[in-house]
Design a protein around this ligand. Structure first.
Ligand SMILES: [Mn+2]
Length: 291
């Protein structure tokens, strides 16, 4: 797929920002930067994409997202962040998702990954600005500025009350309730909840440890469980780490990774097709779709 022209891409970004600010609060239950998912219908849950447009198209086709929504299905597309950097289709992935958001503002929920994190937290690799410069030349600066505005408007987390928390990295270890996630972006950098939400990883060992990433924390199953209890949910659904088969589990944490770029070395990608209603299975492992 060709990259869109600068004007078209810029328009998709600024339209998405407006949709998040003005349309989505009328169609979704939004508090701060936390979306509460309705306990009905279902959700297609997508992990890291990192510019892998092929995997995104596969998920959209395989899940039948657009057809199902057009047929009136009660269906959401929930993406767990990390849309750009690394892959060959960074602009294409973002453009596709933003256009879907524009078409179905009540149906598409885009969370923030650490690659869409706050501007004062540097990280590597961040080749998206270079991709923009190659594609758009002198117009790249303006496009990137609009992208940064979008990053600050993306949601930090989504919650399915009583069941699951959805966030890019992990549940912040100091969380006391949903409010801490809803307003984590406003309390950044004074409190670490936003950084932990975007950067944390699970570990088998009980306790909390410094992350080898140099930012965020490694969080043991005991700490995750206690934090999830404060949020009134039993399962954490997150992305942020590749898994050989596209998904994996540590305690109550389920990782789903959707990109299949060769540098990650995973054999498969995965997404979830997750019923949100009361008859939904307690074990989300049964909702994993591997490709
Ligand atoms: Mn990540």
């Amino acid at each position: 797929m060709e990259a869109p022209g600068a004007e078209e891409f810029l328009d998709s970004i600024s339209s998405a920002v407006k949709a998040i600010l003005f349309q989505q609060p009328l169609r979704l239950e939004v508090k701060g930067k936390l979306v509460t998912l309705p306990a009905k219908g279902s959700a297609v849950v997508v992990g890291d994409l990192h510019g892998d447009i092929e995997s995104l198209e596969h998920i959209l086709g395989d899940s039948g997202f657009e057809e199902r929504v057009m047929e009136g299905d009660d269906l959401h597309l929930l993406c767990l962040g990390d849309y750009v950097d690394r892959g060959p289709g960074q602009v294409q992935v973002l453009y596709r998702l933003l256009r879907l958001l524009g078409s179905y503002p009540g149906r598409v929920v885009l969370l923030r990954g650490n690659h869409e994190g706050p501007a004062d937290v540097p990280f590597q690799p961040h080749d998206f600005p270079l991709v923009l410069r190659d594609s758009y030349g002198s117009e790249a600066t303006g496009v990137y500025r609009e992208f940064r505005t979008l990053c600050d408007e993306l949601y930090t987390a989504a919650i399915l009350p009583g069941r699951a928390l959805f966030v890019h990295g992990g549940v912040p270890t100091g969380v006391t309730g949903p409010r801490d996630l809803a307003y984590a972006h406003m309390e950044h950098p004074y409190r670490g909840n936003l950084v932990e939400a975007l950067w944390n990883d699970p570990t088998d060992e009980p306790g909390v440890y410094p992350s080898p990433r140099g930012i965020g924390r490694l969080v043991g199953p005991d700490v995750t469980e206690a934090a999830l209890e404060k949020l009134g949910v039993s399962t954490l659904v997150r992305s942020h780490q590749s898994c050989p088969d596209g998904w994996g589990r540590v305690g109550r944490t389920l990782t789903v990774f959707s990109c299949r770029l060769p540098q990650y070395g995973n054999r498969r990608g995965a997404y979830l097709d997750l019923p949100l209603g009361g008859d939904a299975p307690v074990d989300l492992g049964g909702c994993v779709r591997v490709f």
